[in-house]
Ligand binder design. Structure first.
Ligand SMILES: Cc1cc2nc3c(=O)[nH]c(=O)nc-3n(C[C@H](O)[C@H](O)[C@H](O)COP(=O)(O)OP(=O)(O)OC[C@H]3O[C@@H](n4cnc5c(N)ncnc54)[C@H](O)[C@@H]3O)c2cc1C
Length: 497
């Protein structure tokens, strides 16, 4: 066990968070008083999970001190890998009794610092709880442990002719537990919705160690206070999820994806409006701007060849063969009416996978291109989304900021990535802050929110009062205290108590 190790809060953009040290006695960490992990506690942890599942060496715990949020790092004192609900129950009961902070972790792909142990203590890793327990074809449901990787679930279900449509771009490394905790979505949300629409049952352990079971293999349930909905999207602050029942849908017969290169945002708006008017519901309507395409094409191996344009739409339609053929014909007509040429159609799987590989590589490409980046995932009513993208371009140009803009246009959800290419850090941070203040206010005036899918975590919590009134924040604060009176579960996230 490395004791007295320094926890570094490196990023501190906008001065919201700082670094702190554990190299003192037990004491105040923020607003609550927590105890440190002693050798006696380590012994108890080892007796719960076995010695091999308790990590204390600096090099072993380092990977658990960050997620995918740029420049954010806080070390846990110990990492514990659990294998079943009973171990989670014992672990939480122990941490609650000893007042030790504990942070659940899935794949560590979060981008708002949700799995980063900002108060030190224990990281509770679900990586070994990765079993698909039951694929129930009759009920079209699947029972999984939280550590199942999203992409692995997709592939297993496909073998049975079933489809779990929630496909975050991180699907090959994020877990279902993390998806539920973040209420994540993917590119298929236009037609199929996000995680919230699929969770029918949850087993979870409360910070006290008590086990709760909400829902079941039920299509309907009007029996409780929507506990499932409360835990889904609670970012690991209310309960540790140990089992999930998900609804699935039949695997679509076929899918076709189109890349539509467009030069004006007004054309993007017209195309999307016409899609709704024609009553087509594509699985996906993704947007990628010119700079982002260029950076990503330079990043991936063997990128698809695309015509040069200022904006790109990636539209996917799926369903029965006949319906998809009809939808593609209508989409083709819409593009012709809007004078869009060079539409690329990807019908077979390798061609489609090449397009989606490009889409899924965007974030890594932008991170490689930029010294650092600030990423936002603002959501507005979908009728306002092209107007909002226009505002992003205006505000970025006003502050001379470089941005990679892409996202789920069909859901009104845009990913704005402010890239630091050169210039001094202080000056860049000031400009970013001013630009974001302006853009958040514009989004809110349009009826939007500061996060569509990435959550608040640590890095967005300073902005929560912009979108929630004191009375609303008070309700979630009291809810947190009802679940977790000692504030041991993922403390420091979403809001301060
Ligand atoms: C390249 C890339 C692309 C991405 N694309 C998308 C996208 O398209 N859509 C999208 O929504 N997000 C996306 N994300 C963000 C991220 O992948 C999601 O938030 C994902 O759901 C996190 O899952 P995870 O298993 O990695 O969770 P982690 O990062 O490990 O944890 C996330 C949160 O969940 C909590 N948690 C994890 N497991 C449990 C559990 N069992 N019980 C209770 N709480 C738990 C943690 O405490 C933390 O607060 C992307 C990220 C990257 C890096």
């Amino acid at each position: 066990m490395t004791r007295g190790n320094r926890l570094s809060g490196v990023f501190g953009l906008f001065g919201v968070f700082g670094s702190f040290s554990l190299s003192g006695k037990s004491g105040e960490r923020g607003e609550m008083s927590y105890k440190r992990v002693t050798q006696k506690i380590i012994d108890k942890l080892e007796s719960i999970t076995g010695r091999e599942n308790v990590l204390t060496k600096e090099e072993d715990i380092e990977p658990y001190s960050h997620d995918e949020t740029p420049q954010l790092k806080f070390s846990p004192e110990v990492v514990v890998k659990v294998k079943d609900t009973s171990q989670v129950h014992q672990l939480l009961a122990l941490c609650n009794k000893e007042k030790i902070p504990i942070t659940p972790r899935g794949g560590g792909t979060g981008v708002t610092g949700g799995a980063v142990p900002v108060k030190g203590g224990v990281v509770l890793s679900f990586e070994k709880m990765n079993q698909i327990k039951d694929i129930d074809i009759e009920n079209q449901m699947v029972v999984v442990q939280p550590g199942v990787i999203n992409g692995n679930l997709q592939r297993e279900l496909e073998k049975e002719g079933l489809f779990y449509p929630v496909n975050p771009a991180s699907m090959d490394s994020c877990t279902i537990g993390g998806n539920v905790a973040e209420s994540s979505s993917g590119a298929n949300a236009v037609k199929y919705g996000g995680t919230k629409e699929y969770v029918c049952g949850i087993k979870a352990v409360l910070p006290s160690g008590e086990l709760i079971k909400a829902g079941g293999k039920l299509v309907k349930n009007a029996t409780d206070y929507r506990l499932i909905q409360l835990i889904t999207g609670s970012e690991g602050t209310l309960a540790a999820i140990t089992e999930i029942i998900l609804r699935t849908v039949p695997l679509p017969e076929t899918r076709v994806d189109l890349i539509v290169p467009v030069n004006k945002l007004s054309t993007v708006k017209n195309i999307i409006s016409k899609i709704w008017q024609e009553k087509i519901i594509p699985a996906s309507i993704e947007y990628i701007d010119e700079l982002t395409i260029k950076i990503t094409k330079d990043f991936v191996q063997q990128p698809p060849s695309l015509p040069v344009a200022h904006h790109y739409l990636l539209i996917g339609v799926d369903g029965k063969e006949e319906r998809v053929t009809k939808d593609i014909e209508i989409l083709g007509q819409i593009c012709m009416d809007e004078k869009v040429e060079d539409v690329l159609v990807a019908e077979d799987r390798p061609a489609r996978e090449k397009l989606w590989k490009l889409r899924q590589s965007i974030r890594d490409a932008l991170l490689k291109f930029s010294l650092t980046m600030v990423e936002e995932d603002i959501v507005v009513p979908r009728s306002k989304i092209t107007e909002f993208v226009e505002k992003i371009n205006q505000v970025c140009s006003e502050y001379s900021l470089t941005a990679g803009v892409f996202g789920h246009l069909g859901d009104g959800n845009v990913h704005l990535n402010l890239l630091k290419t050169s210039s001094c850090q202080d000056e860049w941070e000031k400009k970013v802050k001013k630009a974001l203040d302006k853009l958040f206010k514009i989004a809110i005036s349009m009826g939007g929110k500061i996060s569509g899918e990435h959550g608040i975590g640590l890095v967005k919590k300073a902005y929560l009062p912009l979108v929630m009134s004191p009375a609303e924040i008070d309700i979630i604060r009291k809810t947190k205290l009802t679940f977790d009176p000692n504030n041991i579960l993922n403390p420091g996230k979403i809001f301060d108590l």
